[in-house]
Design a protein. Sequence first.
Length: 261
Amino acid sequence: MDIKNHKTLTGMLLESVAARLDAELPKDAYKAVPGAADLTDIDPNYMRKILNEVFGLCGIGWGYKYDSADMHTEIEERKRSSGQGTRRVYVATLRRLTFWYKLSAADDSVVTCEIDASGGSDNDVEAYAMKGAITNALGHASSNLGFQESVYLGKRSHKTVGKATASTKVAVPAASKPAPKVAKPIVVAPAPVPTGIDPAGFVIQVGQRAGQKLGDQDRTVIEWYANSMKASNDLQSTLQNAARSLLSARPNGHKPQPVAG
């Protein structure tokens, strides 16, 4: 399969995707890994932001799935940092997560690509440990696409960001902008749902319902996301847009019938 002319659903050519995924992020996106000052951690909120920008809205242009049977949690007793007593820690392991993204071919057909990864996390709260395992696996999968490749290759770190020279700083080429003739882009702003696409598959990234599909929520919850939630960051804004699109697609609270063809 010749992929030279394939594009993401936002109209970005693959040759520009790699550059955008590895482009230097704001300084606050990088920090030292606790206990390993020479290693750099990347804020996962920026990862989701870039994936939305490159591939389109989560649940439409990219997303992930996993079997609940692959999520395993156990409890460990660990010594407190003060050295006095122990505390209960939940250790979550996600054995397999499938990250997917979509590409549009020259004939307007859509190809779904998948990457498998695993992840793990621990936290005093079980739900946060599970959420961290999902984020960790998603980070591993996106790194295989080239997300912040310069960090993993040791060419960029929390110590050097903002100080990169022309030889190490990755520039986003002008070609990253959609060419005049492109496939119809996915509209992120609250608007009618693109033909044949149900935003019910959108995966919630924030709050107590993180990891759940928007379409599985009660209508009152969806209406709150759409009309009452005060979006204070990109993830909340994206969720609000998806909720408004879902309400537009389901004015009577019912799922739309599948589009023929």
